[in-house]
Write a protein that binds this ligand. Structure first.
Ligand code: FES
Length: 91
């Protein structure tokens, strides 16, 4: 279970995934250390951030990728949502 008691989905990212599983600009959701993680490939880089919006816990894996940002389409689809910039880069 994730920190929000939602079941975790996708692969265990601590075990690694094939590069070919990541498609340019397409959200990929997995988990690490009990937390849902969103990965987005942008060229030769992969950005990672929590997969749950800090606003009303919308699923960022269903969000819109805009360059290096992800826009939540969670609970508040009809209202303006501030984009969240991915917070980590691969090592
Ligand atoms: S749930 Fe993400 S902006 Fe509202």
């Amino acid at each position: 279970m994730g920190s929000d008691d939602k079941p975790l989905s996708g692969p265990d990212l601590e075990r690694g995934i094939a590069w070919s599983e990541l498609r340019e600009g397409t959200p990929f959701v997995g988990h690490a250390q009990g937390e849902a993680v969103l990965l987005v490939r942008h060229g030769e880089q992969v950005f990672a951030t929590g997969a749950t919006c800090t606003h009303y816990s919308g699923p960022l894996g269903e969000g819109l990728i805009e360059g290096e940002s992800v826009r939540s389409l969670g609970i508040t689809r009809a209202s303006a949502c501030a984009p969240a910039k991915p917070s980590a880069r691969p090592r």
